[in-house]
Design a protein around this ligand. Structure first.
Ligand SMILES: C[S@@+](CC[C@H](N)C(=O)[O-])C[C@H]1O[C@@H](n2cnc3c(N)ncnc32)[C@H](O)[C@@H]1O
Length: 442
C-alpha cells in the first residue's frame, strides 16, 4: 500500500487536526453507492436486526438498505501533498461542522514513535514505560481532508510531460484500498430524523491508529467515544520502551489457526506477529523465546538484583529494572539457583491471573466493545507453563517435567505440538535439552 511508505505522515499531521485545512482544490468528486456485503453476512445481520425489538424493524433487508446509502469521495490536490475524503452522505453536515471545533489531543509528551516493523511495514513503538490501563494516545479523525503522503517519491507522478497539465490522480480504487486497509468502524450520533439512524455504521481513518499493527496477543486496545469524537488507545498490560504497540484487528477466539484464516480473509495478510512466529521448541531456539519472556518479567519487577549480566536489548531497561537471565544463560550458569526461572515463571502465572482480574475489570468497565479475550491470557499463561516444563527438562527432573508437560499438552490445540509433548512425556530423554543443566554442572 502506498500509505505504508510515507514515513513522516503520522507525526507531521497529528498537529494539524485542530486547525482549519487549506481550501482544497477538488480535483475529483465521485459519488459512489455502497456495495452490500456478501450474502451470508447480510443474512446474519438481517437475522440479528429483525429479532431485536429495539430496532422495530422485523423486515429489515441489509442489501436494499445499503443500496440507499451513498458516499462522496473527493480527492484533494495540495501543493506538496494529496488528500482524499470519504464522507457518508448522511453525516457530511454533522462531521464537517463538528470536527474543526474539537479540542486538541491530550497525549503529552508522546508515548510512541513510528518506525520500521520489518515485514509488517511501519509500526508504533513505545518510547516510555506504559502501565496497564495507561493512555497511549487519543485522536480525532482528521477533518474532512486526509493527507495521503508528503513525500515526492511516493506522490503519484504526472503522466504528462508538460508542466502546465494537472497531475494525474490515482483512480478512486486507490483511496478505497487505503480506507479498506486502514480504517476502523465507528458509531456516530446521527440525527433521529434520519430514517433508521440507529442502524448507521461508519468507518474512519485515524492517522496514528492507522500505523498500529495487528497482534494475536495484543498489548493495547482502542475505544471510540461518539460524543467527543475521540478515539483512545490504552495499554492492556505493561508495555516496555521499545516494545511494539499492537491491537487486534479481529475479535480473538480460542483457535489460533481459525484466527489466522479470518485475518487473511478479512484483512488480506498472513499474520507475522510474535504469537504466530514463535519458533518451535523442537528447533531449540530457546534463547530468543525465553529472552522475550525474561523482558516481560523484568518489566514486572522480577529478576536478580545485582546480576553481572546486562541485557540492554533496547537500551532502556538497565537503569531501573533488575535482570532475569535467559533460559540459555541459566542452564549454562551453575552459580544461578536451579529454581530461579521456575519460580519466576510461577510468579508470572500468578501475576497474569491477577492482572486478568484487574485489567478485565478496567476494560469491561471502560470500553464495553473491547473486553480482553480470556483466550489471549490463556495463551500467555501457556508459554510460561511450557517454559517451566523446559526448566525441569533441563534439570532432568522426570516427575515435574511430566507434570508440567501434561498441563502444556492439555491446553494446546495444535495437534503437531500435542504429539511432540506426548513424545517428550513418554520418553523425557527425547526432549532436546534433557538434563543439560545437570551435565554442565557436573
Ligand atoms: C493499519 S496498517 C498498519 C500499519 C502499516 N504496517 C504501515 O506501515 O502503515 C495495516 C497493514 O499493516 C500490515 N500488518 C499489520 N499487522 C500485521 C501483522 N501482524 N502481520 C503482517 N502484516 C501486518 C498489513 O500489511 C496490513 O494491511
Amino acid at each position: 500500500m502506498p500509505l505504508t511508505t510515507a514515513t513522516t505522515f503520522t507525526k507531521r499531521h497529528s498537529k494539524s487536526l485542530t486547525i482549519t485545512p487549506p481550501k482544497p482544490d477538488l480535483s475529483l468528486k465521485d459519488k459512489r453507492i455502497l456495495k452490500a456485503p456478501p450474502t451470508p453476512i447480510c443474512a446474519a445481520i438481517n437475522e440479528q436486526i429483525r429479532r431485536d425489538p429495539s430496532y422495530a424493524y422485523p423486515h429489515f433487508d441489509l442489501a436494499s438498505y445499503v443500496r440507499h446509502r451513498s458516499y462522496t469521495l473527493s480527492t484533494l490536490d495540495f501543493e506538496r501533498s494529496m488528500g482524499a475524503s470519504f464522507l457518508d452522505d448522511g453525516v457530511h453536515d454533522i462531521l464537517a461542522g463538528l470536527i474543526s471545533e474539537l479540542p486538541p489531543s491530550i497525549t503529552n509528551p508522546p508515548t510512541f514513535e513510528v518506525r520500521d516493523a520489518r515485514e509488517k511495514g511501519l509500526g508504533l513503538f513505545a518510547t516510555s514505560f506504559l502501565p496497564p490501563g495507561g493512555l497511549i494516545f487519543d485522536e480525532h479523525p482528521p477533518p474532512v481532508w486526509l493527507p495521503l503522503n508528503q513525500d515526492d517519491n511516493v506522490r503519484p507522478k504526472s503522466t504528462s510531460s508538460t508542466s502546465s497539465s494537472p497531475p494525474s490522480l490515482p483512480p478512486p480504487s486507490f483511496y478505497e484500498d487505503i480506507m479498506q486497509t486502514n480504517s476502523v468502524a465507528i458509531d456516530l450520533i446521527v440525527p433521529t430524523s434520519t430514517p433508521h439512524h440507529e442502524l448507521s455504521t461508519h468507518r474512519a481513518l485515524f492517522l496514528r491508529l492507522s500505523r498500529c499493527n495487528h497482534s494475536c496477543d495484543p498489548n493495547a486496545v482502542w475505544s471510540w467515544d461518539a460524543s467527543t469524537l475521540m478515539l483512545t488507545l490504552t495499554a492492556l498490560r505493561p508495555i516496555a520502551p521499545g516494545e511494539e504497540i499492537t491491537i487486534s484487528y479481529i475479535s480473538l477466539s480460542g483457535n489460533h489457526a481459525a484466527q489466522r484464516e479470518q485475518l487473511k480473509a478479512i484483512c488480506g495478510f498472513d499474520c507475522t506477529c510474535e504469537e504466530c512466529t514463535l519458533p518451535s521448541y523442537v528447533a531449540v531456539n530457546t534463547k530468543s523465546v525465553v529472552a522475550d519472556k525474561a523482558e516481560e518479567f523484568n518489566i514486572a519487577g522480577y529478576g536478580v538484583p545485582g546480576s553481572a549480566h546486562n541485557p540492554d536489548r533496547h537500551g532502556h531497561y538497565d537503569t531501573f529494572i533488575p535482570y532475569l537471565p535467559t533460559f540459555g544463560e541459566w542452564y549454562q550458569d551453575p552459580t544461578l539457583p536451579d529454581t530461579l526461572l521456575i519460580n519466576a515463571h510461577k510468579d508470572a502465572l500468578y501475576r497474569i491471573e491477577q492482572e486478568r482480574i484487574a485489567s478485565s475489570y478496567l476494560t469491561v468497565a471502560e470500553f464495553p466493545p473491547q473486553p480482553i479475550p480470556l483466550s489471549t491470557t490463556a495463551k500467555r499463561m501457556d508459554s510460561h507453563v511450557e517454559e517451566i516444563a523446559m526448566c525441569y527438562g533441563a534439570l532432568g527432573d522426570v516427575r515435574h517435567f511430566r507434570k508440567w508437560i501434561a498441563i502444556a499438552k492439555d491446553s494446546r490445540v495444535n495437534r503437531k505440538q500435542k504429539a511432540v509433548f506426548s513424545k517428550w512425556s513418554a520418553d523425557p530423554s527425547s526432549f532436546p535439552l534433557w538434563g543439560k543443566r545437570g551435565q554442565i554442572r557436573v
